[in-house]
Design a protein around this ligand. Structure first.
Ligand code: WT7
Length: 643
């Protein structure tokens, strides 16, 4: 791994330089309560809290609370509080799939749109505490819908538009949603995505009281009487004022489903006060936000990155946030930089997979545009290889913009490990150091803490405000998943190296989670989609390294006796995964295998499957526990076609 050090560029006049960062870290260490109360002042509270963190990761006394006696409303913090001074400032710049198409919403306009949505939800009988699914393109109405839920105290659950009707149905059932907000269609890379039709298909399994349909393309979509409402048809009759509910800090704000190593996706629950403090603080710290910035995070609101750094973090800080509904290669590979120039983007935040895809196209599509407005670059979602980091820094940033490699998770609500752009020397490939109040710790497989420069499993030993609070409907699963592996610690599922300077280098998941293009996919989910096919007896899914996607899926499939696999069946199996989960989970490779490597007790030895998928032909370690040692040679022979 590269150990180049890039100092903070001389002329990057950050608000937080080394001295300020030092003071912040010392303040947190000497008086954590005082530090967190100070951070809480970033928000406007209906009742300012007196308590900060009250938590324990021990089983007997397990609890996580932040600012629990405080009351506040997040839509007020994102909108109302800016109106007096900055009502005419742009809150959201919508950039459609078609370059230059889109529009700007000022803070006042977004406030009014949010109130309209909130009033419509109320008319439809949605109350505080009810769950509302949001299945939308990256349009400002998606942000207004989220903020409208927050305004009336309903709990939103956004699901990425790439998920299948089956997935939507599963989530609606899990959180017992009473309403769905969607659009007629989405448009991505010139292709239309039938969002409303997908919702209709999902609701065949389980209906809801209301479906609100926003017009994006004007496509003719079926509307069910009594259930479906066209937003554009009723919009003008809706009041642009709506009183905000005063929420308890620990009231749930949203549920976001994410994949784990076992079972179906978990509903990660984030609450109001702590999440808001963390989103507001980390946005300010990591992106060195200033009043005239134009901030562009390319993530979709269907993921946590979109929640925290397209909507809540920027808006709480009064920033201008770009909502991009397109893709990096449409109409061509210069799209990001053409848009950056046209909109005057100053801070740009994207995923390593996008950087690698652009890097492969060479420097020309980048150099075609000036990019002179950009002053800070960021990345998130997966480990960034030093080559891609250097390219981002040198070609996109012309060697003058700090690059913040931000490590975090759906569960953490916001960034935990990242440089401060004006204070932390950067090492390509390292997320550098924990933010104030974040206490990482490395342990060996027995849970023994490892000190100094070393590698191990990444845990966090102390709670921070943005931490998830529970798994929706299954608090036991929350404890089991994150706190039972290593006693008294939150286990991230990531492996990590810490170097002699105390820098953290995330090496990727150590559990059965696959990170494809920054999207998290559980092996168990893909396996269960595959075995749902009538010809499949058994399936095992592992990751292998992929140049652009970071990781891709290699599926080993055993068919029922007498069946034979071929290209047609591969297509069918891929279709099956798309139907059950979505295209993002479809395997890159499907290998038909006569049997899977199992121990005598019947446990699949994934270690061997992983090595074969990675292209290794020897060095499988101890295979003596295999019930049938010849299986390795059969698998190797079958894998040859992929190498
Ligand atoms: C997993 C979390 C956080 C929003 C996007 C993904 C990996 C994330 C980094 C990074 C190395 C990273 C980890 C983590 N990851 N950011 N900067 N460097 N790895 O959220 O879907 O919850 O996935 O993404 O493996 O555990 P997510």
């Amino acid at each position: 791994m590269s150990e180049t050090v890039h100092p903070v560029p001389d002329d990057f006049n950050a608000r937080i330089g080394p001295a300020e960062l030092d003071a912040l870290l010392k303040a947190e260490e000497s008086d954590p309560h005082g530090h967190w109360m100070e951070q809480a002042k970033r928000l406007q509270w209906t009742k300012f809290p007196e308590q900060s963190g009250d938590w324990s990761f021990d089983e007997d006394d397990f609890r996580i609370n932040w600012f629990a006696d405080g009351k506040l409303n997040l839509s007020v913090n994102c909108l109302d509080r800016h109106l007096e001074k900055h009502g005419d400032r742009t809150a959201i710049i919508f950039e459609a799939d078609e370059p230059g198409h889109g529009h700007r919403y000022t803070y006042r306009e977004l406030y009014e749109e949010t109130c309209r949505f909130a009033n419509l939800l109320k008319q439809r009988g949605v109350h505080r505490g009810n769950r509302v699914m949001i299945y939308m393109p990256m349009i400002p109405e998606a942000a207004a819908a989220m903020l409208a839920c927050a305004r009336i105290g309903a709990i939103h659950s956004v699901i990425f538009g790439g998920f299948s009707p089956e997935s939507v149905a599963g989530r609606i059932a899990d959180c017992d949603a009473c309403a769905v907000i969607t659009a007629d269609e989405g448009v991505r890379g010139g292709k239309h995505i039938p969002l409303k039709r997908n919702v209709d298909a999902a609701l065949e399994h389980r209906d809801v009281q209301s479906v609100i349909v926003v017009t994006r393309t004007g496509a003719d979509v079926p509307m069910k009487d009594g259930r479906d409402v066209s937003y554009s048809a009723v919009r003008d009759q809706l009041s642009t004022e709506c009183e905000a509910e005063a929420m308890d800090a620990e009231d749930p704000l949203f549920i976001l489903y994410t994949s784990g190593s076992t079972g179906k996706p978990k509903g990660v629950v984030h609450t109001t006060g702590g999440y808001a403090v963390w989103a507001a603080a980390t946005f300010d710290w990591v992106f060195d936000y200033r009043d005239d910035d134009v901030f562009w995070c390319t993530a979709d609101v269907g993921w946590i990155t979109g929640h925290t750094y397209v909507v809540y973090g920027p808006l709480m800080n009064g920033a201008t946030s770009v909502m991009f509904d397109g893709v990096p290669n449409f109409p061509d590979f210069g799209r990001f930089w053409e848009t950056v120039d046209r909109l005057g983007v100053t801070i740009f935040y994207t995923a390593p997979t996008a950087i690698r895809a652009l890097m492969r196209e060479g420097d020309e599509p980048v150099k075609r545009y000036s990019r002179k407005s950009i002053r800070l670059l960021g990345t998130v979602g997966e480990p960034i290889n030093p080559e891609a980091w250097e390219w981002y820094w040198r070609v996109v940033g012309d060697g003058r913009c700090p690059v913040v490699d931000t490590w975090w998770q759906t569960e953490t609500g916001g960034i935990l490990i990242s440089p401060f752009p004006g204070a932390t020397p950067m090492k390509p490939g390292s997320a550098t150091k924990p933010l104030p109040g974040v206490k990482p710790l490395l342990v060996d497989s027995e849970g023994k803490e490892l000190h100094g420069a070393t590698s191990g499993n990444l845990c966090i030993s102390a709670s921070w405000p943005g931490q998830m609070r529970t798994v929706w409907g299954d608090h036991r699963r929350f404890f089991e998943t994150y706190f039972s592996t290593y006693r008294g610690l939150y286990f991230t599922g990531d492996g990590c190296r810490r170097d002699e300077d105390g820098y953290y280098w995330i090496t990727g998941r150590v559990d059965d989670v696959i990170n494809v293009s920054g999207h998290r996919i559980g092996t168990a989910e893909v396996e269960s989609a595959l075995v749902a096919h009538p010809l499949v007896a058994e399936a095992a899914v592992v990751a292998f390294p992929h140049d652009i996607k970071g990781q891709a899926i290699h599926a080993y499939v055993t068919l029922n006796a007498g069946e034979e696999g071929g290209e047609d069946l591969r297509r069918e199996l891929n279709q099956q995964v798309r139907k059950e989960i979505g295209a993002l989970a479809s395997p890159e490779r499907i290998q038909f295998a006569p049997t899977l490597p199992k121990t005598r007790s019947g446990k699949i030895m994934r270690r061997i499957l992983r090595k074969i998928a990675e292209g290794e032909t020897a060095g499988f370690g101890d295979t003596s526990t295999l019930a049938d040692p010849t299986v390795v040679d059969q698998l190797l022979a079958g894998a040859r076609e992929f190498q």
